[in-house]
Design a protein around this ligand. Structure first.
Ligand code: NAD
Ligand code: TYD
Length: 352
């Protein structure tokens, strides 16, 4: 590993915490500065096992705060991996303000400070959602035009364009990765898979949006971490790398598999009012990173899901803690009316 000191932003969230742990186990000589504001989605408990490890330096701070970012960047940081973001589409529909602030302004502040301090690599962790929605066939490639449909994906696309412009204008050594839907341990239970596992474990209803036939391409979080590690080491500045699991599933299929693995009845499924502007299908062509960096997704979905379910079963106390306070307010706002009007029958199928 060419880099000694890495700044990971958002390292207390789902993917960030998995990445910090992954990198320190793969690269024992590495030092990681973890800058995280600890929003509702960030939790220092996610890295409890690293307590006392001198290679992990946690700084509580906001990526939009220039003074804090400058101070951290001044620690001799060689490379930045930017995970910090507001990440949930449904929340962005209720209020996009924090999305623009963190995802757009925050990325700009990081880019400026990284440039000023001569950082040698900047990896922007983006999403396949910037490409918009697909019909029943076809894949997103790195050349697919950006066509974001939600406030969340629009804010991520805006950040991608800033990163692109800093490379083009200043020759700043930045790279963008665009990954599909992740699942695995430590995912906040507002996202489909952990929400449905947590609800099913408590015999609570599983609110499927619309007809449940929307398609996502699922990837285990550790396969994503491996891809980012390779991009950091061998990716080329100015490039975009798509990352996907080659694992397309409808939400209904995922839901049925979760219920089956937990031995719970399908009667827990509720078809609820759809998400406005809901993207119908995502599917990633990841042949570029496979060809150029030798990466492959390794974790088969059923096996990864089984392991993830076991993790949530063994960490019910973690789920109970993160599901308190702010989460309850959000759950009411998002689901109370939907569940009151829900149906156990699938509504007529919707067009792409
Ligand atoms: P997450 O919501 O679990 O974690 C986000 C983290 O960022 C939290 O720890 C939070 O405290 C921190 N954060 C938020 N605002 C901040 C700010 N202003 N300053 C500092 N820290 C702040 O998100 P995640 O699912 O781990 O996603 C991480 C990144 O990966 C995001 O950029 C997201 O867009 C991207 N991504 C996620 C997925 C997915 O399936 N989850 C897929 C592709 C890309
Ligand atoms: P999500 O985990 O929010 O990821 P994204 O919207 O970024 O792809 O949702 C995954 C899919 O699951 C998406 O098609 C929306 C759907 N979904 C539901 O049907 N019900 C729910 O309660 C949630 C949270 C998601």
């Amino acid at each position: 590993m060419e880099y000694r000191r890495i700044l990971v932003t958002g390292g207390c969230g789902f993917i960030g915490s998995n990445f910090v742990r992954y990198m320190l186990s793969r690269h024992p000589e590495l030092e990681i500065w973890n800058l995280d504001a600890l929003t509702y989605a960030g939790n220092l408990e996610n890295l409890k096992d690293l307590e006392g490890d001198p290679r992990h330096h946690f700084v509580r701070g906001d990526i939009t705060d220039r003074a804090t970012v400058e101070q951290v960047m001044g620690q001799g940081i060689d490379a930045v991996v930017n995970f910090a973001a507001e990440s949930h589409v449904d929340r962005s529909i209720h209020d996009s303000t924090p999305f623009i602030r963190t995802n757009v302004l925050g990325t700009q502040v990081l880019l400026d400070a990284a440039r000023k301090h001569g950082v040698r690599r900047f990896i922007q962790i983006s999403t396949d959602e910037v490409y918009g929605s697909l019909g029943p066939t076809g894949y997103f490639t790195e050349e697919t035009p950006l066509a974001p449909n939600s406030p969340y994906s629009a804010s991520k696309a805006a950040a991608d364009l800033l990163v692109r412009a800093y490379h083009h204008t200043f020759g700043f050594p930045a790279i963008i990765t665009r990954c599909s839907n992740n699942y695995g341990p430590y995912q906040f239970p507002e996202k489909l898979i952990p929400l449905f596992i947590a609800n099913a474990l408590n015999d609570q209803p599983l609110p499927l949006y619309g007809d449940g036939l929307q398609v996502r391409d699922w990837i285990h979080v550790l396969d994503h971490c491996h891809a980012i590690d390779l991009v950091l080491q061998r990716g080329l500045p100015g490039e975009v790398y798509n990352v996907g699991g080659r694992c397309e599933k409808t939400n209904l299929e995922v839901t049925r598999t979760i219920l089956q693995l937990l031995g719970k009845p399908e009667s827990l499924i509720r078809f609820v009012e759809d998400r406005p502007g809901h993207d119908r299908r995502y599917a990633i062509d990841c042949s570029k990173i496979e060809r150029e960096l030798g990466w492959r997704p390794q974790v088969p979905f059923e096996e990864g899901l089984r392991e993830t379910i076991r993790w949530y079963q063994e960490h019910q106390d973690w789920v109970d803690r993160v599901r308190s306070g702010e989460y309850r307010r959000y759950y009411e706002l998002q689901y109370r009316d939907r569940l009151a009007r829900a149906s156990t029958e699938m509504p007529g199928s919707q067009p792409h």
